[in-house]
Design a protein. Structure first.
Length: 302
């Protein structure tokens, strides 16, 4: 399948379309995003519980590893389901929030989603491992020491962190570029396995080809997104601080109760925008075409 090079301004266009994504069926779209967020938070909650029950760095690393392994299998199915909800809303087809879980049903789409997710996870590990080996020096051991210091810190006392290694800045910069590139590969390839009948190998090839052709739009997207996130973080931080301060005039718990819904709503909106960018990137680069109500997405039921 051919992929297409887009103009640099396409990066801004993908973000703008993602921000406007909820106009057609907000109940289904934001409901699915909320369900996705709740499921994605389960490993973190389990890790917090396990941290209390099984203290120690080794146990924590094992628990984190098992949680990540489970999510490597489950999360691609959820993302595929969310892509289906996005595609249905864009094409004017009826859908609902629980369509997020349609990909868990037996069928070829389920195998492709899991296979592509596992393959991309392996590529991420190999790519970042290569960066660490080539430029990281003691970054990996430093990270383990940071985890150990955080585990040993007493409540109310900031942990004593080891000094940052000399190669940390290089690893961070290269890691950001790698995340941008592999994010493009993931978006394009995932759209292929989730919304077409493309096999895993073909989807991966499309992902790499499409990303290489669209490095400039992805750079524009990364810069604009970073600037936007800084602005949103400042506004959100000030808004949450104001709500907590007003609520605390009555009781500190009231301040938290006022701020929590706003924060959760922000997270749900971020899920919609993030996966919306992925969807529009895939649609433009693979020339999936404009929304057409008569064209159903492969592997999904409205």
């Amino acid at each position: 399948m051919h992929t297409h090079a887009m103009a640099p301004g396409a990066g801004w266009s993908w973000l703008k379309q993602a921000i406007n994504l909820g106009r057609n069926n907000p109940r289904a779209l934001f409901g699915a995003a909320a369900l996705l967020m709740l499921v994605a938070l389960i490993p973190s909650v389990l890790q917090l519980i396990a941290q209390r029950l099984f203290p120690g760095t080794a146990a924590m690393l094992w628990i984190t590893g098992v949680s990540l392994l489970v999510m490597v299998v489950v999360y691609p199915l959820l993302i595929g389901g969310f892509f289906g909800v996005i595609d249905a809303t864009e094409r004017g087809r009826p859908t609902h929030a629980t369509a997020l879980f349609d990909t868990f049903r037996p069928g070829p789409a389920r195998g492709r989603l899991i296979g592509f997710g596992l393959l991309m996870s392996l590529i991420y590990l190999l790519a970042f491992g290569a960066v660490l080996v080539a430029f990281g020096g003691d970054v990996a051991s430093w990270y383990v020491q940071v985890l150990a210091a955080a585990q040993q810190a007493t409540p109310g006392t900031p942990p004593v962190l080891p000094a940052a290694p000399s190669g940390l800045g290089t690893v961070f910069g290269l890691g950001m570029l790698l995340m941008m590139f592999l994010g493009g590969v993931y978006s394009i390839g995932f759209g292929q396995v989730a919304l077409t009948d493309r096999n895993v190998g073909g989807a991966l090839a499309d992902g790499f080809a499409g990303t290489i052709k669209n490095v400039l739009p992805l750079l524009v997207l990364a810069v604009v997104s970073l600037f936007g996130m800084l602005v949103v973080a400042i506004v959100l931080g000030l808004g949450l601080a104001l709500l907590m301060a007003l609520g605390s005039l009555v009781h500190p718990l009231l301040g938290m109760l006022l701020a929590l819904p706003v924060y959760l709503a922000f997270l749900v909106a971020m899920y919609v925008v993030m996966f919306g960018v992925m969807y529009f990137l895939w649609r433009d680069v693979t020339a999936a075409g404009a929304p057409t109500p008569s064209a159903p997405a492969a592997g999904f039921e409205a």
